[in-house]
Design a binder for this molecule. Structure first.
Ligand SMILES: Cc1cc2nc3c(=O)[nH]c(=O)nc-3n(C[C@H](O)[C@H](O)[C@H](O)COP(=O)(O)OP(=O)(O)OC[C@H]3O[C@@H](n4cnc5c(N)ncnc54)[C@H](O)[C@@H]3O)c2cc1C
Length: 392
């Protein structure tokens, strides 16, 4: 312990969507929480941000519990249907919320909107400090006390250090937890477009030989594009002028919504996957992308992170209320046991999907198209898929 250090019970490194969710869930815990974030978050403007997330039911329930949902809902686009098909055949699946007795399959929301709503809630929590913008010079880990040395000279101390600092986690590196992020050899191009035909509150996903292409409905009638392409094709696609890019997009999407018009800049994000073996140590835990990275094709990465946050908060609070050592390894292992299997299953399923659908072998194409048709006609299997995707 240092005389000059600022003391917290819990320090969360990373004030992204997952770190802020955890901070909010620890509101009313009686524990003093600090969120350490490197960058000032982007503010929400009238223009729709190009980074959006498909948010499932389980995540909506978490946001409702926090009190952040009304602000998010005001800029969310509900989707009732999901169309998934293989461009190399006739296989397709259609999911309809009415078929499973639900009012929605999910919502498309800008990341900045999620972040801002969570931050506003955290600001109202008396036990949560927002420490931003700041860089961490070094991290010292010990059994009872974890220390962060900030670049402005401050020292922060806590019993539990949480790494919510994304795929290049500094906390994970300081804890010597192995993580290998394997590249998919793909980047995802994201942008917003206007389409000739309305998106019909439907999430569309086409598996092309180059990678999956999603058209996600936005609340202003536009669609958000997530187009995963082989690395070798991305630069050329990004270099095309707007018209040529739109023609390529329409063709890859098989003109499902007619012609498209680009209404935002384009950006490309490298895609990879990886998973830590160790989520926790004595006085330390990893959540969200710091623990696992998956392919965005099913829009699950952040949703898994929100469930990590909910699980970790519950484990901490149960132990704290019972007067047990809530930051000890044996307590934190409950969190690891609850989340690791599910996250790993999702990561390997997404990798299998990606491999299965980006293979041009004609035999494999027949098998996967037959599989899509079979699943589409088997309500029990279809519902299982859906429930899993919705975080249930
Ligand atoms: C193209 C694309 C589309 C996607 N679509 C979806 C989707 O539809 N649905 C879905 O659920 N998921 C989706 N994902 C995945 C999702 O974006 C991530 O899983 C999610 O952002 C992870 O959140 P996080 O808070 O764990 O990490 P991050 O979003 O990476 O946030 C980490 C935070 O920590 C901060 N930070 C980093 N290092 C430090 C440090 N040393 N000190 C202090 N702060 C630090 C960063 O500034 C950042 O604010 C998509 C991903 C991609 C690439």
């Amino acid at each position: 312990m240092s005389e000059t250090a600022l003391r917290y019970d819990i320090l969360i490194v990373g004030g992204g969507m997952v770190g802020l969710t955890l901070a909010n869930l620890l509101n009313d815990s009686g524990l003093k929480v600090g969120v350490v974030e490197k960058f000032e978050p982007k503010t929400v403007t009238d223009e729709i941000d190009i980074r959006v997330s498909a948010i499932n039911r389980a995540s909506v329930d978490i946001f409702k519990a926090i009190g952040a949902w009304p602000e998010m809902a005001a800029r969310a686009c509900v989707y009732h249907d999901m169309h998934v098909w293989d461009s190399s055949g006739a296989g397709m699946i259609h999911f309809d919320s009415a078929e499973v007795g639900l009012d929605a399959l999910g919502y498309i929301i800008e990341n900045t909107v999620i972040q801002q709503a969570l931050q506003r809630c955290a600001e109202q929590a008396e036990n949560v400090d927002w420490i931003c913008p700041v860089s961490i010079d070094s991290i010292e880990l010990a059994d009872e006390c974890q220390q962060l040395h900030l670049d402005d000279g401050r020292i922060l101390e806590c019993h539990l250090l949480v790494g919510a600092d994304g795929s290049r986690s500094q906390v994970r590196a300081a804890a010597n937890i192995d993580f290998e992020r394997l590249s998919y050899g793909q980047r995802a191009i994201v942008c917003s477009v206007e389409t000739e035909q309305p998106h019909a509150e439907t999430a569309w996903q086409c598996f092309t030989p180059d990678g999956p292409l999603a058209f996600l409905p936005l609340m202003n009638g536009q669609s958000s594009i997530v187009w995963s392409l082989e690395e070798s094709k991305v630069d050329a696609m990004m270099a095309l002028d707007e018209d040529a890019f739109c023609r390529e997009l329409e063709q890859a999407f098989e003109y499902q919504l007619g012609s498209v018009k680009l209404v935002s800049p384009r950006a490309a994000f490298p895609l990879g996957h990886g998973h830590v073996d160790q989520y926790v140590q004595n006085g330390l835990a990893l959540v969200g992308d710091a623990a696992h990275n998956i392919h965005p094709l099913a829009g699950q990465g952040a949703n898994l992170g929100f469930l990590d946050a909910a699980c970790l908060a519950a484990v901490i609070m149960q132990a704290h209320v019972a007067n047990r050592q809530w930051y000890a390894l044996h307590t934190l292992r409950k969190y690891e046991r609850a989340r690791k299997g599910e996250n790993r299953l999702m990561e390997s399923s997404m990798t299998a999907f990606k491999l299965l659908f980006s293979n041009n072998d004609p035999l494999l194409s027949v098998v996967r198209n037959a599989g899509l048709v079979m699943v589409d006609q088997a309500p029990i299997i279809k519902n299982q898929f859906l429930r899993h995707a919705m975080g249930n």
